[in-house]
Design a protein around this ligand. Structure first.
Ligand SMILES: *[C@@H]1O[C@H](CO)[C@@H](O)[C@H](O)[C@H]1NC(C)=O
Ligand SMILES: *[C@@H]1O[C@H](CO)[C@@H](O)[C@H](O)[C@H]1NC(C)=O
Ligand SMILES: *[C@@H]1O[C@H](CO)[C@@H](O)[C@H](O)[C@H]1NC(C)=O
Ligand SMILES: *[C@@H]1O[C@H](CO)[C@@H](O)[C@H](O)[C@H]1NC(C)=O
Ligand SMILES: *[C@@H]1O[C@H](CO)[C@@H](O)[C@H](O)[C@H]1NC(C)=O
Length: 455
């Protein structure tokens, strides 16, 4: 075959890849690949929209909203091509990054991640709706275990990704906080959810009435963020939000409607004093004397099994108990341990996972139906252990069987990925705020929006 036909084949392959979205390119773990393929195969209707013919293109530019959407979609197509094209090739000058260059086995594909991160920094624009009054909208507490809601809302308000011009936005943020809605709107006497749900319904009605953007995409380029357990249920009050929008959730339970291709799992992070001061770092592996540590209440069925088997059994460095005794400090125990159990409680997410990573303890996840944060970028197998419910009785044997070499690798990798979970005020590159945005950016890159009111 001559060079010309090779080029043609390459071109066809490239456009094929760009049509079927980026997900395939992020080498995706087992359960993920299934989802991404079904996502791709469900694309025909929308992917055909990206192949708008010339005449159609002409018609589109004549309408203002459409033309702004056309520009946005063309820009996103360029971003996709840029990310994909450069990924296999040698690093170029604009890959230069004085802060950090992702590398190593903790990433499924470090080059591709780096590229899409840099393109995000260059291109991404988010419009934050200004409607909605304090304190229910635009604010939430930044401390406590649900602090990510407040932290994200506040970061977003001052973010460099924010645009005041909705016509140039790739994404639209709905700035409500479930924590604030529960705090200010929930009727504690009647325990009815209707007021909370109506708050969100009214909000979406207002912005759908006032602006063309919600109707244009049926919510698909809009996103919300919730750490509160009730986030998923409250979001279900609006079918289009639930089905089309990107929901960034701590409570990422795949058995409760969390959609791996569209929704974003965010870490639950507990900052007792609103900052990470005193939480980051811990002794080296050789100084860790406890094999495995857990302390917590019997919340939910997983912990019941765990404590049934292991409570107070202190042999061989196992320290699993409900509550610590007087004088013992939770964080000190984490720092002394090689492995830290992060078991789901009432809900799938728990702040223990990030606590362990912050303090250099290898997380042992005992969770069902949990979508791990940043799973399409990070290979969690390289810095954590998954233990199925049925394997709880074998917990000690499983951990003892891990060689010292492998443990040290897991621990080091955990220290390496820590930066992606750190909360900075204000945010810094590659930290948790940027990782959340990057996950949302990937979802947006995988969506093509066509204005239903245009021919
Ligand atoms: C990448 O760089 C190496 C070493 O500089 C060179 O040998 C190789 O041809 C380059 N590959 C491409 C695709 O440019
Ligand atoms: C969006 O659709 C809703 C429901 O169909 C309608 O009430 C509203 O006026 C529309 N918004 C705009 C800006 O046209
Ligand atoms: C998840 O979302 C994708 C993209 O919107 C959709 O095609 C798919 O059907 C959804 N999956 C489920 C199980 O709802
Ligand atoms: C574990 O120890 C605590 C504190 O000594 C005690 O209250 C609890 O009953 C013990 N649980 C079991 C199952 O032995
Ligand atoms: C996840 O969702 C399923 C289905 O609703 C539920 O049975 C399970 O308890 C949830 N997991 C947790 C830890 O709450």
């Amino acid at each position: 075959m001559n060079v010309q036909s090779w080029k043609k084949i390459l071109l066809i392959i490239l456009s094929f890849i760009s049509i079927f979205g980026l997900f395939i390119l992020f080498i995706i773990p087992d359960h993920f690949s299934k989802v991404s393929i079904s996502h791709s195969s469900s694309l025909p209707s929308s992917s055909s929209l990206s192949l708008i013919d010339e005449a159609d293109q002409q018609r589109r530019v004549s309408r203002k909203i459409t033309s702004s959407l056309g520009k946005i979609e063309a820009g996103l197509a360029k971003s996709r091509a840029l990310i994909i094209k450069k990924s296999g090739a040698n690093r170029t000058v604009d890959d230069h990054d004085e802060d950090y260059v992702p590398s190593g086995s903790v990433y499924w594909n470090p080059d591709l991640f780096h590229r899409s991160y840099l393109v995000m920094e260059k291109e991404l624009k988010i419009y934050v709706y200004e409607e909605g009054n304090l304190p229910v909208f635009h604010d939430a507490p930044c401390d406590g275990i649900l602090g990510m809601e407040g932290i994200f809302i506040n970061d977003m308000e001052i973010s460099r990704f924010r645009t005041r011009d909705p016509d140039e936005a790739h994404l639209f943020f709905l700035p409500f906080s479930i924590v604030s809605i529960v705090h200010y709107v929930f009727e504690r006497e009647t325990r009815l959810w209707s007021d909370m749900k109506n708050t969100v319904i009214d909000y979406v009605n207002v912005i759908a009435e006032k602006y063309p953007y919600w109707n244009r995409s049926r919510g698909a380029d809009h996103f919300m963020l919730a750490c509160h357990d009730w986030g998923p249920e409250i979001s279900s009050a609006i079918p289009t939000l639930y089905k089309n929008s990107i929901r960034a959730l701590c409570n990422a339970n795949t058995s409760e409607g969390f959609n791996l291709t569209r929704d974003v799992s965010i870490p639950e992070i507990y900052l007792p004093h609103g900052t990470t001061k005193g939480l980051l770092g811990g002794p080296s592996p050789s100084k860790r004397t406890t094999l495995v540590f857990f302390s917590g209440g019997v919340h939910g069925y997983i912990r019941e099994v765990l404590l049934d088997h292991w409570e107070n059994k202190t042999e061989d460095g196992v320290k699993i108990q409900k509550y610590l005794s007087k004088g013992e400090d939770y964080y000190d125990e984490v720092r002394k341990s090689k492995y830290c159990i992060c078991a789901s409680g009432w809900e799938v997410a728990s702040p223990r996972m990030v606590e362990a990573l912050y303090m250099g303890c290898v997380p042992v996840l005992i969770k069902d139906h949990y979508a791990k944060p940043f799973n399409d970028i990070l290979d969690w197998r390289k810095f954590s252990i998954d233990i199925g419910l049925e394997n709880i009785p074998n917990l000690k044997t499983i951990l003892m069987r891990i060689s010292q070499r492998k443990y040290i690798r897991l621990q080091r990798n955990g220290v390496q990925v820590r930066k992606h979970f750190v909360v900075n005020l204000p945010p810094k590159r590659y930290d948790v705020f940027h990782m959340i945005l990057h996950s949302i950016w990937l979802r947006r890159l995988n969506t093509r929006i066509h204005d239903p009111h245009q021919p």
